[in-house]
Design a protein around this ligand. Structure first.
Ligand code: C2E
Ligand code: MG
Ligand code: MG
Ligand code: MG
Length: 288
C-alpha cells in the first residue's frame, strides 16, 4: 500500500489506486471509531436438523452499518480490523453478546462464534471465553467456536494447544469453510475438533456438477467415519437440500433454504413458534 503513495507518474490507474488507498484508510479510521463506540451489532443464522425440524445452533455474524455508506460486508471489515490489530476487540464483543443472547433462547440451542486467525495467536482467547461464560452464565456446552482451515495451518502446535484448552472448558470446535484451504481429513483426525462446516462452494452446482457433489458426499462420509459432525453451509434451494438429504450428507443445514441471518429476538421467536417438531414433514412453504 505504501508503494501506491510514492507514485511518480499519474496515470488514471494510479490515481484510482490512490483514491482507493485513501478510501481504505478512511474506512479503517471509521471502523476504529465504530468499535470504540460499540456500534457493531450481531445477526444470527440458524442451523437446522436436515429435515428443518428444529434450530440446533445459531451462528453469530457481525454487522457494521457505516453512517454514510450503509452496511459494510463482514469479509471487508474483519480484514480491516485484522490490519488495525483490533479484531480481537470484535471477538470479545461478539463472544459476550452471543453468550448473552443465547441465554434468552431455549436451553438446547447453541450459539457459534467465528474466531480470527489472530485470536489464536495467544492464549488470551481462553481468558476471554472463560470470562464471557462466567459473566453471562452460559453453559460451555452451548458455545461453539468456528476456526478456518488456514487458522489451523498457522503455527499448528500452538493453535492445537489453545484449541485443546478451549475444548477442555466444554466448548465445541468447528472448522469453518472446510474444503477451501489445504488441510486434509487425515490431518484433521489429529486435531481437537468436533464439527466440520463444508464450504458453500461445494453446494452451489451440485445438481449440474456431479463431480462436485461427489466431493461433498465423499467428504461428509469420511468426516462422519472419523466421528465428526457435518454442517453443510450455503444451501439455497429445495433441490440442493433434497439431494444432500437423499445421500445423508449433513447433520445440520445452514443456508437461505431455511433462514437468512436475523436479529437475536427473531431467533427466540423462531425457536418458540414456527418450527415444526423433529421428524415432521418439511412443507414446501418452509423451504420455499
Ligand atoms: P462464514 O463464517 O462462513 O459465515 C457464513 C456466511 O455465509 C455469512 O455471510 C452468511 O450470511 C452467508 N450465508 C449463509 N447462508 C447462505 C446461503 O445459503 N447462500 C449464500 N450465498 N450465503 C449464505 P456474512 O454474514 O456476510 O459473513 C461473511 C464472513 O465474514 C463469515 O463467513 C466469516 O468468515 C466473517 N465473519 C462474520 N462475522 C464474523 C465475526 O464476528 N468474527 C469473525 N472473525 N469473522 C466474522
Ligand atoms: Mg462461520
Ligand atoms: Mg462458513
Ligand atoms: Mg463460508
Amino acid at each position: 500500500e505504501t508503494k501506491l503513495r510514492n507514485r511518480g507518474g499519474c496515470t488514471a490507474f494510479e490515481a484510482e489506486m490512490d483514491a482507493r488507498y485513501v478510501d481504505r484508510q478512511k474506512l479503517k479510521a471509521d471502523l476504529r471509531e465504530a468499535i470504540n463506540a460499540r456500534s457493531l451489532t450481531l445477526s444470527y443464522q440458524p442451523m437446522f436438523a436436515p429435515n428443518g425440524g428444529r434450530v440446533e445452533c445459531c451462528e453469530a455474524l457481525a454487522r457494521w452499518t457505516h453512517p454514510e455508506r450503509g452496511p459494510v460486508p463482514p469479509n471487508v471489515f474483519i480484514q480491516l480490523a485484522e490490519e488495525l490489530g483490533l479484531v480481537t476487540e470484535i471477538t470479545r464483543f461478539v463472544l459476550d453478546q452471543a453468550c448473552r443472547d443465547c441465554m434468552n433462547w431455549p436451553g438446547d440451542v447453541s450459539v457459534s462464534v467465528n474466531l480470527s486467525v489472530l485470536d489464536l495467536r495467544s492464549s488470551e482467547i481462553v481468558v476471554m471465553v472463560t470470562d464471557a461464560l462466567r459473566v453471562t452464565g452460559l453453559d460451555a456446552a452451548r458455545l461453539h467456536l468456528e476456526v478456518t482451515e488456514s487458522c489451523l495451518m498457522d503455527e499448528p502446535l500452538k493453535v492445537q494447544a489453545i484449541l485443546r484448552e478451549l475444548r477442555g472448558l466444554g466448548i465445541t470446535i468447528a472448522i469453518d469453510d472446510f474444503g477451501t484451504g489445504y488441510s486434509s481429513l487425515s490431518y484433521l483426525d489429529a486435531l481437537p475438533v468436533d464439527i466440520i462446516k463444508i464450504d458453500r462452494s461445494f453446494v452451489r452446482n451440485i445438481r449440474e456438477d456431479s463431480r462436485r457433489f461427489k466431493l461433498l458426499r465423499g467428504t461428509a462420509n469420511l468426516a462422519r467415519a472419523l466421528g465428526l459432525r457435518i454442517v453443510v453451509e450455503g444451501v439455497e434451494t429445495a433441490d440442493q437440500l433434497q439431494l444432500i438429504n437423499e445421500h445423508n450428507c449433513a447433520d445440520l443445514i445452514q443456508g437461505f433454504v431455511f433462514a437468512a441471518p436475523m436479529p437475536a429476538s427473531a431467533i427466540a421467536t423462531l425457536c418458540k413458534n414456527g418450527v415444526p417438531k423433529r421428524g415432521a414433514k418439511t412443507t414446501s412453504k418452509r423451504i420455499a
